[in-house]
Design a protein around this ligand. Structure first.
Ligand SMILES: C[S@@+](CC[C@H](N)C(=O)[O-])C[C@H]1O[C@@H](n2cnc3c(N)ncnc32)[C@H](O)[C@@H]1O
Length: 462
Protein backbone atom coordinates (compact mmCIF):
# COMPACT_ATOMS: atom_id res chain seq x y z
CA UNK A 1 0.00 0.00 0.00
CA UNK A 2 1.42 3.43 -0.95
CA UNK A 3 1.97 5.62 2.07
CA UNK A 4 1.95 9.42 2.29
CA UNK A 5 4.74 11.31 4.03
CA UNK A 6 5.12 10.51 7.71
CA UNK A 7 5.07 13.22 10.37
CA UNK A 8 6.86 13.16 13.68
CA UNK A 9 4.88 12.86 16.91
CA UNK A 10 6.15 12.74 20.45
CA UNK A 11 4.56 10.19 22.74
CA UNK A 12 4.69 10.77 26.49
CA UNK A 13 4.35 7.41 28.25
CA UNK A 14 3.47 6.44 31.81
CA UNK A 15 6.43 4.99 33.71
CA UNK A 16 4.77 1.73 34.73
CA UNK A 17 4.22 -1.62 33.03
CA UNK A 18 7.25 -0.72 30.91
CA UNK A 19 7.46 -4.00 29.00
CA UNK A 20 3.83 -3.82 27.98
CA UNK A 21 4.11 -0.44 26.29
CA UNK A 22 5.72 -1.27 22.93
CA UNK A 23 3.38 -4.20 22.12
CA UNK A 24 0.43 -1.99 23.10
CA UNK A 25 1.47 0.89 20.84
CA UNK A 26 2.33 -1.51 17.99
CA UNK A 27 -1.00 -3.32 18.30
CA UNK A 28 -2.99 -0.08 18.40
CA UNK A 29 -1.19 1.52 15.47
CA UNK A 30 -1.86 -1.58 13.40
CA UNK A 31 -5.51 -1.43 14.49
CA UNK A 32 -5.62 2.17 13.19
CA UNK A 33 -4.24 1.00 9.81
CA UNK A 34 -0.67 2.11 10.48
CA UNK A 35 2.48 0.54 11.70
CA UNK A 36 5.01 1.34 14.35
CA UNK A 37 7.90 3.38 12.96
CA UNK A 38 10.44 5.59 14.64
CA UNK A 39 13.48 7.33 13.18
CA UNK A 40 15.39 7.19 16.45
CA UNK A 41 16.22 4.00 18.26
CA UNK A 42 13.46 3.79 20.86
CA UNK A 43 14.91 4.15 24.35
CA UNK A 44 12.60 1.47 25.57
CA UNK A 45 12.37 2.58 29.21
CA UNK A 46 12.19 6.30 28.48
CA UNK A 47 8.90 8.18 28.91
CA UNK A 48 9.51 9.90 25.54
CA UNK A 49 9.23 8.13 22.19
CA UNK A 50 9.28 9.76 18.77
CA UNK A 51 6.83 8.12 16.35
CA UNK A 52 6.59 8.56 12.61
CA UNK A 53 2.97 8.24 11.59
CA UNK A 54 1.01 9.43 8.57
CA UNK A 55 -1.69 11.56 10.15
CA UNK A 56 -3.05 13.38 13.16
CA UNK A 57 -6.16 11.20 12.85
CA UNK A 58 -4.02 8.14 13.47
CA UNK A 59 -2.43 9.83 16.49
CA UNK A 60 -5.92 10.56 17.86
CA UNK A 61 -7.04 6.97 17.14
CA UNK A 62 -4.07 5.65 19.09
CA UNK A 63 -4.85 7.89 22.07
CA UNK A 64 -8.52 6.79 22.13
CA UNK A 65 -7.23 3.36 23.13
CA UNK A 66 -3.90 3.50 24.92
CA UNK A 67 -3.60 3.15 28.69
CA UNK A 68 0.21 3.07 28.52
CA UNK A 69 0.67 6.53 26.98
CA UNK A 70 -0.39 9.78 28.62
CA UNK A 71 -0.31 12.26 25.72
CA UNK A 72 0.77 12.77 22.15
CA UNK A 73 2.22 15.94 20.58
CA UNK A 74 2.99 17.02 17.05
CA UNK A 75 6.75 17.38 17.36
CA UNK A 76 8.06 20.75 16.17
CA UNK A 77 11.60 20.54 17.52
CA UNK A 78 14.00 18.56 19.67
CA UNK A 79 17.60 18.72 20.85
CA UNK A 80 20.19 17.66 23.38
CA UNK A 81 20.65 21.30 24.43
CA UNK A 82 18.58 24.49 24.37
CA UNK A 83 20.58 25.62 21.30
CA UNK A 84 19.88 22.37 19.45
CA UNK A 85 16.17 22.62 20.30
CA UNK A 86 16.00 26.22 19.03
CA UNK A 87 17.86 25.37 15.81
CA UNK A 88 15.55 22.44 15.23
CA UNK A 89 12.49 24.68 15.78
CA UNK A 90 13.85 27.26 13.33
CA UNK A 91 14.11 24.47 10.75
CA UNK A 92 10.51 23.29 11.25
CA UNK A 93 8.51 24.27 8.14
CA UNK A 94 6.72 27.58 8.74
CA UNK A 95 3.65 26.47 6.79
CA UNK A 96 3.12 23.68 9.32
CA UNK A 97 3.24 26.15 12.24
CA UNK A 98 1.22 29.04 10.84
CA UNK A 99 -2.30 27.51 11.13
CA UNK A 100 -1.82 27.35 14.92
CA UNK A 101 -0.25 30.78 15.44
CA UNK A 102 -2.91 32.99 13.78
CA UNK A 103 -3.72 36.38 15.33
CA UNK A 104 -7.38 35.41 15.91
CA UNK A 105 -6.43 32.24 17.85
CA UNK A 106 -5.67 31.66 21.53
CA UNK A 107 -2.90 29.54 23.00
CA UNK A 108 -0.83 28.68 26.04
CA UNK A 109 2.58 27.09 26.62
CA UNK A 110 3.03 24.45 29.35
CA UNK A 111 6.15 22.72 30.66
CA UNK A 112 6.73 19.17 31.77
CA UNK A 113 10.06 18.06 33.22
CA UNK A 114 10.66 14.36 33.75
CA UNK A 115 12.75 13.47 36.84
CA UNK A 116 13.08 17.12 37.97
CA UNK A 117 10.90 19.85 39.48
CA UNK A 118 11.45 23.20 37.81
CA UNK A 119 11.01 26.50 39.65
CA UNK A 120 8.59 29.11 38.33
CA UNK A 121 11.56 31.25 37.23
CA UNK A 122 13.07 28.37 35.28
CA UNK A 123 9.73 27.76 33.54
CA UNK A 124 9.35 31.42 32.56
CA UNK A 125 12.93 31.47 31.33
CA UNK A 126 12.23 28.48 29.02
CA UNK A 127 9.07 30.10 27.62
CA UNK A 128 10.76 33.48 27.10
CA UNK A 129 13.57 31.77 25.18
CA UNK A 130 10.99 30.77 22.55
CA UNK A 131 10.27 34.42 21.72
CA UNK A 132 11.62 33.86 18.18
CA UNK A 133 8.58 31.68 17.29
CA UNK A 134 6.00 33.73 15.36
CA UNK A 135 3.13 33.48 17.90
CA UNK A 136 0.48 36.01 16.79
CA UNK A 137 -2.47 34.74 18.85
CA UNK A 138 -3.52 35.76 22.36
CA UNK A 139 -2.50 33.90 25.48
CA UNK A 140 -5.45 32.24 27.23
CA UNK A 141 -4.53 30.11 30.22
CA UNK A 142 -8.05 28.79 30.92
CA UNK A 143 -9.46 27.70 27.56
CA UNK A 144 -6.89 28.06 24.81
CA UNK A 145 -7.51 26.72 21.30
CA UNK A 146 -3.95 25.45 21.01
CA UNK A 147 -1.67 24.13 23.73
CA UNK A 148 2.07 23.90 23.23
CA UNK A 149 4.41 21.96 25.46
CA UNK A 150 8.07 22.17 26.32
CA UNK A 151 9.07 18.71 27.53
CA UNK A 152 12.40 18.10 29.24
CA UNK A 153 13.97 14.74 29.98
CA UNK A 154 16.36 14.58 32.96
CA UNK A 155 17.03 10.84 32.62
CA UNK A 156 15.90 7.89 34.69
CA UNK A 157 18.07 8.13 37.79
CA UNK A 158 16.45 10.08 40.66
CA UNK A 159 19.80 9.99 42.53
CA UNK A 160 21.72 11.52 39.68
CA UNK A 161 19.68 14.33 38.15
CA UNK A 162 21.71 16.35 35.63
CA UNK A 163 21.80 20.17 35.81
CA UNK A 164 20.53 20.49 32.25
CA UNK A 165 18.04 18.24 30.47
CA UNK A 166 19.42 15.35 28.44
CA UNK A 167 16.77 16.01 25.79
CA UNK A 168 14.30 18.83 25.23
CA UNK A 169 11.23 18.74 22.99
CA UNK A 170 8.66 21.27 21.81
CA UNK A 171 5.34 20.28 20.32
CA UNK A 172 1.66 20.97 19.83
CA UNK A 173 -0.61 18.91 22.07
CA UNK A 174 -2.90 16.60 20.09
CA UNK A 175 -4.64 14.30 22.57
CA UNK A 176 -4.44 12.50 25.91
CA UNK A 177 -4.61 8.72 26.33
CA UNK A 178 -7.10 6.71 28.40
CA UNK A 179 -5.27 6.68 31.72
CA UNK A 180 -8.43 7.80 33.54
CA UNK A 181 -9.96 4.36 32.79
CA UNK A 182 -7.59 2.89 35.38
CA UNK A 183 -9.39 4.87 38.07
CA UNK A 184 -12.93 4.76 36.71
CA UNK A 185 -12.80 0.96 36.29
CA UNK A 186 -10.87 0.33 39.51
CA UNK A 187 -11.55 -3.09 41.03
CA UNK A 188 -11.92 -1.33 44.42
CA UNK A 189 -15.32 0.05 43.45
CA UNK A 190 -16.53 -2.91 41.39
CA UNK A 191 -19.71 -4.77 42.47
CA UNK A 192 -18.45 -8.28 41.88
CA UNK A 193 -14.85 -9.20 42.58
CA UNK A 194 -12.89 -12.34 43.43
CA UNK A 195 -9.40 -13.10 44.76
CA UNK A 196 -7.96 -13.03 41.26
CA UNK A 197 -9.99 -10.25 39.62
CA UNK A 198 -7.74 -8.63 37.04
CA UNK A 199 -6.43 -5.15 37.77
CA UNK A 200 -8.12 -2.56 35.51
CA UNK A 201 -4.95 -1.25 33.85
CA UNK A 202 -3.69 -4.75 32.90
CA UNK A 203 -7.13 -5.69 31.75
CA UNK A 204 -7.16 -2.77 29.27
CA UNK A 205 -3.60 -3.60 28.21
CA UNK A 206 -4.74 -7.17 27.44
CA UNK A 207 -7.63 -5.93 25.29
CA UNK A 208 -5.20 -3.61 23.48
CA UNK A 209 -2.57 -6.32 22.90
CA UNK A 210 -5.45 -8.41 21.56
CA UNK A 211 -6.51 -5.58 19.21
CA UNK A 212 -10.09 -5.96 20.45
CA UNK A 213 -12.41 -3.73 18.44
CA UNK A 214 -16.08 -2.83 18.14
CA UNK A 215 -18.38 -5.77 17.22
CA UNK A 216 -15.73 -8.43 17.89
CA UNK A 217 -16.84 -11.50 19.80
CA UNK A 218 -14.43 -11.99 22.70
CA UNK A 219 -14.31 -15.15 24.78
CA UNK A 220 -12.70 -15.83 28.16
CA UNK A 221 -12.64 -19.60 28.93
CA UNK A 222 -11.57 -18.91 32.57
CA UNK A 223 -13.91 -15.99 33.09
CA UNK A 224 -14.03 -15.81 36.93
CA UNK A 225 -15.70 -12.51 37.86
CA UNK A 226 -15.50 -11.31 34.26
CA UNK A 227 -12.79 -8.68 34.79
CA UNK A 228 -11.42 -9.26 31.30
CA UNK A 229 -14.83 -9.05 29.66
CA UNK A 230 -15.27 -5.50 30.98
CA UNK A 231 -12.29 -3.96 29.14
CA UNK A 232 -13.24 -5.68 25.87
CA UNK A 233 -16.86 -4.54 26.21
CA UNK A 234 -15.64 -0.99 26.88
CA UNK A 235 -14.09 -1.08 23.41
CA UNK A 236 -17.40 -2.23 21.90
CA UNK A 237 -16.86 -6.01 21.72
CA UNK A 238 -19.54 -8.59 22.55
CA UNK A 239 -18.28 -10.76 25.38
CA UNK A 240 -18.84 -14.20 26.84
CA UNK A 241 -17.05 -16.67 29.06
CA UNK A 242 -16.99 -19.97 30.85
CA UNK A 243 -15.81 -21.04 34.28
CA UNK A 244 -15.77 -24.39 36.03
CA UNK A 245 -16.97 -22.82 39.25
CA UNK A 246 -20.78 -22.83 39.53
CA UNK A 247 -20.82 -20.28 42.35
CA UNK A 248 -18.63 -17.78 40.48
CA UNK A 249 -20.73 -17.98 37.32
CA UNK A 250 -23.95 -17.61 39.31
CA UNK A 251 -22.65 -14.96 41.74
CA UNK A 252 -23.26 -17.22 44.74
CA UNK A 253 -21.22 -18.39 47.69
CA UNK A 254 -18.67 -16.67 49.85
CA UNK A 255 -17.75 -13.03 49.17
CA UNK A 256 -14.14 -12.01 48.56
CA UNK A 257 -14.59 -8.63 50.25
CA UNK A 258 -13.45 -8.12 53.80
CA UNK A 259 -16.29 -7.78 56.33
CA UNK A 260 -18.76 -9.50 54.01
CA UNK A 261 -19.69 -13.14 54.38
CA UNK A 262 -21.86 -14.01 51.35
CA UNK A 263 -22.11 -12.55 47.88
CA UNK A 264 -25.08 -10.18 47.58
CA UNK A 265 -27.85 -10.22 44.93
CA UNK A 266 -26.03 -7.82 42.59
CA UNK A 267 -22.70 -9.58 42.66
CA UNK A 268 -22.39 -11.27 39.30
CA UNK A 269 -20.77 -10.74 35.91
CA UNK A 270 -23.85 -9.16 34.31
CA UNK A 271 -24.13 -6.62 37.13
CA UNK A 272 -20.45 -5.73 36.66
CA UNK A 273 -21.09 -4.89 33.02
CA UNK A 274 -24.27 -3.01 33.97
CA UNK A 275 -22.27 -0.95 36.47
CA UNK A 276 -20.28 0.52 33.57
CA UNK A 277 -23.20 0.83 31.14
CA UNK A 278 -21.92 -2.12 29.09
CA UNK A 279 -24.69 -4.69 29.65
CA UNK A 280 -25.71 -4.67 25.99
CA UNK A 281 -22.32 -6.22 25.13
CA UNK A 282 -22.80 -9.16 27.50
CA UNK A 283 -23.64 -12.40 25.70
CA UNK A 284 -23.46 -14.86 28.61
CA UNK A 285 -21.30 -16.87 30.98
CA UNK A 286 -21.65 -20.64 31.29
CA UNK A 287 -20.48 -23.21 33.77
CA UNK A 288 -18.07 -25.32 31.77
CA UNK A 289 -14.72 -27.03 31.96
CA UNK A 290 -12.16 -25.47 29.59
CA UNK A 291 -10.50 -28.86 29.13
CA UNK A 292 -13.65 -30.08 27.36
CA UNK A 293 -14.86 -27.33 25.01
CA UNK A 294 -18.61 -27.19 24.54
CA UNK A 295 -18.65 -25.27 21.26
CA UNK A 296 -19.92 -26.71 18.02
CA UNK A 297 -17.41 -26.95 15.17
CA UNK A 298 -17.18 -23.78 13.11
CA UNK A 299 -17.88 -21.54 16.09
CA UNK A 300 -15.39 -18.73 15.74
CA UNK A 301 -14.27 -16.08 18.18
CA UNK A 302 -12.46 -12.91 17.14
CA UNK A 303 -10.34 -12.82 20.28
CA UNK A 304 -9.65 -15.03 23.29
CA UNK A 305 -8.50 -12.99 26.26
CA UNK A 306 -7.94 -14.94 29.44
CA UNK A 307 -6.16 -15.48 32.74
CA UNK A 308 -5.97 -19.24 33.39
CA UNK A 309 -5.72 -20.56 36.95
CA UNK A 310 -2.19 -20.96 38.30
CA UNK A 311 -3.12 -23.00 41.32
CA UNK A 312 -1.74 -20.30 43.63
CA UNK A 313 -4.81 -18.38 44.70
CA UNK A 314 -7.31 -20.69 43.07
CA UNK A 315 -7.18 -24.40 42.26
CA UNK A 316 -6.42 -25.72 38.81
CA UNK A 317 -9.04 -28.34 38.22
CA UNK A 318 -11.12 -30.08 35.67
CA UNK A 319 -14.14 -32.30 35.77
CA UNK A 320 -13.71 -36.03 36.29
CA UNK A 321 -10.69 -38.27 36.82
CA UNK A 322 -8.75 -39.40 33.72
CA UNK A 323 -10.60 -42.72 33.94
CA UNK A 324 -13.97 -41.00 34.05
CA UNK A 325 -13.03 -38.73 31.16
CA UNK A 326 -12.28 -41.77 28.99
CA UNK A 327 -15.53 -43.44 30.04
CA UNK A 328 -17.62 -40.33 29.41
CA UNK A 329 -16.07 -39.89 25.99
CA UNK A 330 -16.63 -43.51 25.10
CA UNK A 331 -20.26 -43.05 26.10
CA UNK A 332 -20.27 -39.92 23.94
CA UNK A 333 -21.89 -37.98 26.77
CA UNK A 334 -20.87 -34.70 28.27
CA UNK A 335 -22.94 -35.15 31.41
CA UNK A 336 -21.97 -33.31 34.55
CA UNK A 337 -19.14 -35.16 36.32
CA UNK A 338 -19.18 -34.15 39.93
CA UNK A 339 -15.70 -35.19 40.99
CA UNK A 340 -12.89 -32.91 39.95
CA UNK A 341 -9.28 -33.85 39.38
CA UNK A 342 -6.13 -31.83 39.16
CA UNK A 343 -5.71 -29.97 35.88
CA UNK A 344 -1.98 -29.93 35.26
CA UNK A 345 -0.59 -26.51 34.25
CA UNK A 346 1.04 -27.76 31.06
CA UNK A 347 -2.29 -29.34 30.04
CA UNK A 348 -4.12 -26.06 30.62
CA UNK A 349 -1.87 -24.21 28.20
CA UNK A 350 -1.75 -27.04 25.67
CA UNK A 351 -5.56 -27.17 25.65
CA UNK A 352 -5.85 -23.37 25.52
CA UNK A 353 -3.56 -23.01 22.50
CA UNK A 354 -5.27 -25.82 20.63
CA UNK A 355 -8.66 -24.36 21.43
CA UNK A 356 -7.50 -20.97 20.12
CA UNK A 357 -6.04 -22.56 16.98
CA UNK A 358 -9.38 -24.20 16.26
CA UNK A 359 -11.89 -21.56 17.37
CA UNK A 360 -10.26 -18.23 16.50
CA UNK A 361 -10.96 -16.48 13.20
CA UNK A 362 -7.93 -16.16 10.93
CA UNK A 363 -5.92 -13.18 12.23
CA UNK A 364 -7.71 -13.46 15.59
CA UNK A 365 -5.64 -13.09 18.73
CA UNK A 366 -5.13 -15.10 21.89
CA UNK A 367 -3.89 -13.12 24.92
CA UNK A 368 -3.17 -14.99 28.14
CA UNK A 369 -0.99 -15.03 31.24
CA UNK A 370 1.68 -17.70 31.68
CA UNK A 371 3.07 -18.22 35.20
CA UNK A 372 6.84 -18.59 35.29
CA UNK A 373 9.36 -19.84 37.82
CA UNK A 374 12.10 -17.37 36.96
CA UNK A 375 15.23 -19.47 37.59
CA UNK A 376 13.97 -21.97 35.01
CA UNK A 377 12.69 -19.50 32.43
CA UNK A 378 13.91 -19.65 28.85
CA UNK A 379 12.01 -18.63 25.74
CA UNK A 380 11.61 -22.31 24.87
CA UNK A 381 9.08 -22.81 27.64
CA UNK A 382 6.56 -20.54 25.89
CA UNK A 383 3.93 -22.96 24.58
CA UNK A 384 3.76 -23.19 20.81
CA UNK A 385 1.08 -24.18 18.33
CA UNK A 386 1.70 -24.40 14.56
CA UNK A 387 -1.35 -22.25 13.72
CA UNK A 388 -0.43 -19.48 16.18
CA UNK A 389 2.36 -16.94 15.78
CA UNK A 390 3.91 -15.37 18.87
CA UNK A 391 3.40 -11.59 18.75
CA UNK A 392 4.62 -10.46 22.17
CA UNK A 393 5.78 -11.76 25.52
CA UNK A 394 5.91 -9.30 28.44
CA UNK A 395 6.97 -10.05 31.98
CA UNK A 396 5.29 -8.86 35.16
CA UNK A 397 7.27 -9.61 38.32
CA UNK A 398 5.36 -11.29 41.12
CA UNK A 399 8.22 -12.06 43.51
CA UNK A 400 11.99 -12.51 43.35
CA UNK A 401 11.47 -16.02 41.94
CA UNK A 402 8.15 -15.86 40.20
CA UNK A 403 6.61 -13.79 37.48
CA UNK A 404 3.86 -14.08 34.93
CA UNK A 405 4.15 -13.34 31.26
CA UNK A 406 1.49 -11.82 29.09
CA UNK A 407 1.61 -13.81 25.87
CA UNK A 408 -0.06 -12.58 22.70
CA UNK A 409 -0.46 -14.90 19.71
CA UNK A 410 -2.16 -14.52 16.35
CA UNK A 411 -3.82 -17.21 14.27
CA UNK A 412 -1.93 -17.41 10.97
CA UNK A 413 -2.88 -20.87 9.68
CA UNK A 414 -6.03 -22.94 9.36
CA UNK A 415 -6.46 -25.55 12.07
CA UNK A 416 -6.19 -29.18 11.03
CA UNK A 417 -7.48 -31.65 13.52
CA UNK A 418 -5.26 -34.52 12.35
CA UNK A 419 -2.08 -32.45 12.46
CA UNK A 420 -3.10 -31.37 15.90
CA UNK A 421 -3.69 -34.93 16.96
CA UNK A 422 -0.21 -35.91 15.81
CA UNK A 423 1.24 -33.11 17.91
CA UNK A 424 -0.85 -34.29 20.83
CA UNK A 425 0.47 -37.84 20.53
CA UNK A 426 4.02 -36.57 20.12
CA UNK A 427 3.66 -34.54 23.28
CA UNK A 428 2.17 -37.46 25.18
CA UNK A 429 5.05 -39.68 24.05
CA UNK A 430 7.53 -37.08 25.33
CA UNK A 431 5.60 -36.74 28.56
CA UNK A 432 5.41 -40.51 29.03
CA UNK A 433 9.15 -40.85 28.41
CA UNK A 434 9.90 -38.18 31.01
CA UNK A 435 7.42 -39.64 33.46
CA UNK A 436 8.85 -43.13 33.10
CA UNK A 437 11.91 -41.79 34.88
CA UNK A 438 9.94 -39.88 37.49
CA UNK A 439 7.11 -42.07 38.71
CA UNK A 440 4.96 -44.85 37.46
CA UNK A 441 1.58 -43.44 38.39
CA UNK A 442 1.96 -40.50 36.05
CA UNK A 443 2.71 -42.84 33.16
CA UNK A 444 -0.51 -44.67 33.90
CA UNK A 445 -2.35 -41.34 33.82
CA UNK A 446 -0.76 -40.62 30.44
CA UNK A 447 -2.08 -43.92 29.15
CA UNK A 448 -5.58 -42.88 30.16
CA UNK A 449 -5.09 -39.60 28.32
CA UNK A 450 -3.86 -41.47 25.23
CA UNK A 451 -7.00 -43.57 25.38
CA UNK A 452 -9.06 -40.36 25.63
CA UNK A 453 -7.18 -38.87 22.69
CA UNK A 454 -7.96 -41.93 20.58
CA UNK A 455 -11.65 -41.47 21.34
CA UNK A 456 -11.40 -37.78 20.33
CA UNK A 457 -9.77 -38.73 17.03
CA UNK A 458 -12.41 -41.37 16.34
CA UNK A 459 -15.17 -38.85 17.08
CA UNK A 460 -13.57 -36.09 15.00
CA UNK A 461 -13.37 -38.46 12.01
CA UNK A 462 -17.09 -38.99 12.40
C1 LIG B 1 -7.24 -16.46 37.46
S1 LIG B 1 -8.93 -16.81 37.62
C2 LIG B 1 -9.66 -15.73 36.46
C3 LIG B 1 -10.00 -14.43 37.06
C4 LIG B 1 -10.76 -13.51 36.13
N1 LIG B 1 -9.89 -13.00 35.08
C5 LIG B 1 -11.39 -12.38 36.89
O1 LIG B 1 -11.20 -11.19 36.50
O2 LIG B 1 -12.09 -12.65 37.87
C6 LIG B 1 -9.08 -18.39 36.89
C7 LIG B 1 -10.48 -18.95 36.84
O3 LIG B 1 -10.40 -20.21 36.18
C8 LIG B 1 -11.42 -21.05 36.73
N2 LIG B 1 -11.08 -22.45 36.36
C9 LIG B 1 -10.21 -23.32 36.95
N3 LIG B 1 -10.16 -24.48 36.28
C10 LIG B 1 -11.03 -24.35 35.23
C11 LIG B 1 -11.42 -25.19 34.15
N4 LIG B 1 -10.94 -26.44 34.04
N5 LIG B 1 -12.31 -24.73 33.25
C12 LIG B 1 -12.84 -23.48 33.36
N6 LIG B 1 -12.52 -22.64 34.36
C13 LIG B 1 -11.61 -23.06 35.28
C14 LIG B 1 -11.38 -20.74 38.20
O4 LIG B 1 -12.63 -21.08 38.79
C15 LIG B 1 -11.11 -19.21 38.20
O5 LIG B 1 -12.32 -18.50 38.28
Amino acid sequence: MARGPLSRYLLLLAQENLEFRLPEIEALLSLCGGQFSSEQEIRINSPFWILNIPSEDMARGLMKRTVCAKSIFELWGQGKSAEELHTSLKNYPLEKMVPYLQSDSTYKICIHAFNKTLTQEEKIERIDALGFLPFDGKVNLKKPEHIFWILEDYGMDPNNIPQKPLYSYFGRWIADGQRELIESYSVKRRHFIGNTSMDACLSFIMANHGRVKANDVVFDPFVGTGGLLISSAHFGAYVCGTDIDYNTVHGLGKASRKNQKWRGPDENIRANLRQYGLEKYYLDALVSDASKPIWRKGMLFDKIITDPPYGIREATRRTGSPKEIVKAMERGTENHISTSSNYHLSDIFFDLLNFAAEYLVMGGRLVYWLPVYKPEYTEEIIPQQPCLKLISNCEQMLSSHTSRRLITMEKVKEFEVHLNFLLFLQRLAEEARANAFKNKSKTIKSEHTIAAAKVILKKSRG
